[in-house]
Design a protein around this ligand. Structure first.
Ligand code: HSE
Length: 430
């Protein structure tokens, strides 16, 4: 039995994750107290709809006054699980100003306001923890920030959005189009009623900004992350990838340039070989590779969303913040000392898969090849199949600056002999 002063915990938001955090705080109370050295006491749960029945939660602890709860003066840790920018930003700032530590899963807010929140935490001697903001239950930020603190991370690459991975996986395994796969994801609860944040890549871009910031000790703003979603992916793209022994995944890629002076962060669909470990990440799972100079290649895999798994990451942070409160110490703050340049997408060196519908007559292949050569893009492979005066030309390039590859596609589109560009996608992992 732990008899130290209980630590007062305020939970903001009691949805899919918040309700599980409260449940686990109760069912694991003795273990958590033993690990922290003091019991956790639920001081209040701020909700939008107080009339909703919440099993296992003392109704006297439920309030709609989130601001009053975080500023009442005796709160040790605020767990913010509302999401979005406001009112989360105001509440987190108020909590930090009151000296409370904050645990949050709010990737959008961290990607936009991370430095400001860190500064407020530092000023008031509080902690800011957010393991659950990236890849749900998967321990990823703490390994990057703490376990790899003595190493040099050169690359972080992975699948950090479960909804889009589910949709692409369904398109791949059933041959469904994007719309049909999205409807299935919505029916099964993987996609929200408004799926924009997931399918347009905003969620993954926020996660990429957070990952790049921690990995490279450099501030990476959300608008510096190149972002493309999956809404334009067609069943034909997936079939084309399959024909070439590849599959399509929405990847978040954060890289340090070869000269070490700049970094990039991007989110876009990419073809990867079917033999690549990320190709076997199915349904709504997440997986992230971290490449570090000394450690080599590490892979992190697991559930990237869902109430119970995400609550696990939140509770881990809650234990860390509570221990620090007890000992009067502080967890790691922002580390942005490297101040590396964040390069735009045009400078990223990548490979393209381009599938063209062309006229099948002498000289067309040479004409297309000239366009690649004119832009300094080297061709890796060409495959042509023709029928009735039309041909399908599939070109995979060697690595070249993205701007040169995009200009090549633009010039190809302008050729009279090119009737259409059936599919363009970056190729990774080869
Ligand atoms: N909507 C996210 C996903 C989970 O589908 O992975 C929360 O970031």
């Amino acid at each position: 039995m732990v008899s130290a002063r209980p630590l007062q915990v305020a939970v903001l938001g009691c949805g899919v994750v918040g309700s599980q955090v409260v449940r686990l705080m109760t069912t694991h109370a003795d273990d958590l107290a033993a690990r922290i050295g003091a019991p956790l006491r639920l001081a209040g749960v701020a909700v939008r709809r107080p009339d909703k029945l919440r099993e296992g939660i003392d109704p006297t602890l439920v309030t709609t006054d989130a601001a009053g709860l975080v500023t009442r003066g005796d709160i040790d840790v605020v767990v913010e699980l509302i999401g979005g920018i406001e009112p989360a930003r105001t509440l987190i700032n108020a909590a930090l100003e009151s000296g409370a530590s904050v645990v949050t899963a709010n990737k959008a807010l961290l990607a936009e306001e991370g430095p400001t929140l860190y500064a407020a935490a530092e000023k008031h001697g509080a902690d800011l923890y957010y393991e659950a903001a990236v890849a749900g239950a998967i321990p990823l930020l703490r390994p990057l920030r703490e376990s790899l603190a003595g190493d040099k991370v050169n690359r972080v690459l992975g699948i950090v959005n479960g909804t889009t991975n589910f949709i692409l996986d369904r398109m791949e395994s059933t041959g469904a189009g994007y719309g049909e796969a999205l409807r299935e994801a919505t029916a099964l609860g993987y996609a929200e009623a408004d799926p924009t944040a997931d399918v347009e890549g905003f969620d993954a871009a926020a996660k990429a900004a957070i990952l790049a910031g921690i990995a490279f000790h450099t501030r990476v703003r959300l608008e510096e992350v190149h972002r493309e979603g999956i809404t334009e992916i067609t069943a034909a793209d997936i079939a084309c990838a399959r024909d070439m022994g590849r599959t399509v995944k929405l990847l978040a890629i954060c890289e340090r340039a070869a000269d070490g002076r700049s970094v990039t962060a991007r989110v876009h669909p990419a073809m990867i070989p079917r033999s690549h470990p990320l190709a076997s990440v199915r349904e709504a799972y997440n997986a992230v590779f971290v490449e570090a100079e000394a450690a080599g290649r590490l892979m992190f895999y697991g559930p990237g969303a869902g109430g119970v798994p995400t609550a696990s990451a939140v509770l881990g942070d809650l234990v860390a913040a509570s221990r620090n409160k007890r000992s009067g110490s502080q967890g790691p703050g922002e580390s942005a000392y490297a101040r590396l340049r964040v390069s735009p997408m045009g400078e990223v060196v990548t490979r393209y898969h381009i599938s063209l519908d062309v006229v099948d007559k002498p000289g067309v292949l040479a004409q297309c090849a000239t366009v690649f050569a004119d832009h300094g893009v080297s061709i890796d492979s060409v495959r042509q199949s023709g029928k009735d005066g039309e041909a399908s030309l599939v070109v995979v390039t060697h690595r070249a600056p993205d701007a040169a590859l995009a200009a090549t596609v633009g010039a190809l589109r302008r050729l009279d002999t090119v009737h259409g560009v059936a599919s363009i996608m970056r190729v990774e992992g080869e």
